[in-house]
Design a protein around this ligand. Structure first.
Ligand code: OGA
Ligand code: MN
Length: 295
């Protein structure tokens, strides 16, 4: 396996390894897992991807999420991000599918609004537009390193509230349905996720984060927005331009990402699998103390 660096200090392409190798060989899994802990975003090119091969690969890294209500693919292990309707036509820009893509164009980390957050996401390109439609990544580990020591230690002991309704309300009223909101109450997580393998800290932020526990609401939201802006500053990101056969995997503990726009009349169809974080991924240290959780 060859590791080819792609981004400014994070993200790498893995060559000489396939999804099937990771499924079938413990040694390939161990190498890819180590690269995941180190580089945060991994790109596999020229893969033969089916839903089954993607899921088998994904399962290596932990338990796959079951897709929530209100998302295409609900009840399965797949999230389908598409602009194609059931008749095979590209949907208009105000269609719910298109608005969901628009919500993905806010900087975020997947599943921070769930009661179990995500370790990793695995995204495969099935239909890609001729222009645009890239996915952009920022390293919240490198962003943490760029903060001064006082801010670092403050954030290590701070907790933020995350809510699905918060990010969706930025796009369109009613985009999050009452059915979704009923099963997705606000969640509170530490603002820094320490990687248990290498001890590196990363900011844990997202478009879903709306308040900092114990802070004035306006000041807390401003802090979240300022940190997001610094974490995603020009020159610090990796932009992935999709090709057929690409599979990209990222560490939701140490990155944020956003989709980039593309011409509305062009089809785009992507399939994501998402792996829940577990104790070995450092999940327990992310939980707030009982004083906060009881609120
Ligand atoms: C995702 C996501 C962005 C994109 O799959 O979690 O945010 O470019 N995707 O489709
Ligand atoms: Mn996402």
């Amino acid at each position: 396996m060859e590791v080819v660096p792609l981004g400014p200090g994070f993200a790498a392409e893995l060559r000489g390894v396939t999804l099937a190798d990771v499924v079938n060989h413990d040694s390939a899994y161990a190498e890819v897992r180590a690269a995941f802990e180190e580089h945060s975003v991994l790109v596999f090119r020229d893969q033969e991807v089916t839903d089954e091969s993607q899921l088998a690969f994904s399962r290596r890294f932990g338990p796959p999420e079951v897709t929530k209500v209100g998302s295409l693919g609900t009840g399965t292990h797949f999230v389908i991000l598409t602009t194609i309707d059931k008749d095979g036509k590209v949907v208009p820009p105000d269609h719910r599918y298109a608005l969901r893509n628009k919500a993905n164009q806010l900087w975020h980390t997947d599943s921070s609004f769930k009661s179990t957050p995500a370790l990793a996401s695995i995204l495969s390109a099935r239909i890609i537009p001729a222009d645009g439609g890239e996915t952009e990544f920022a390293s919240t580990r490198l962003a943490f390193d760029r903060l001064d020591a006082a801010m670092q230690s403050r954030l290590e002991n701070s907790f933020a509230w995350h809510h699905y309704g918060h990010s969706r309300a930025k796009i369109a009223p009613g985009l999050a349905t009452s059915e979704e909101l009923a099963v997705l109450p606000p969640q509170c997580w530490r603002m820094v996720w320490k990687n248990p393998v290498n001890g590196r800290n990363a900011l844990y932020l997202a478009s879903h984060a709306y308040a900092v526990d114990g802070m004035d609401p306006v000041a807390g939201e401003k802090l979240i927005n300022d940190l997001t802006e610094r974490a995603t500053a020009p020159g610090t990101t990796y932009v992935h331009a999709w090709r057929g056969g690409d599979v990209v995997m990222w560490d939701n503990r140490a990155t944020m990402h956003r989709g980039r726009p593309w011409p509305a009349h062009e089809a785009r169809h992507m399939v994501r699998t998402t792996i829940s974080a577990t104790a070995v991924d450092g999940l327990e240290s992310m939980r707030p103390p009982p004083r906060i959780a009881a609120e």
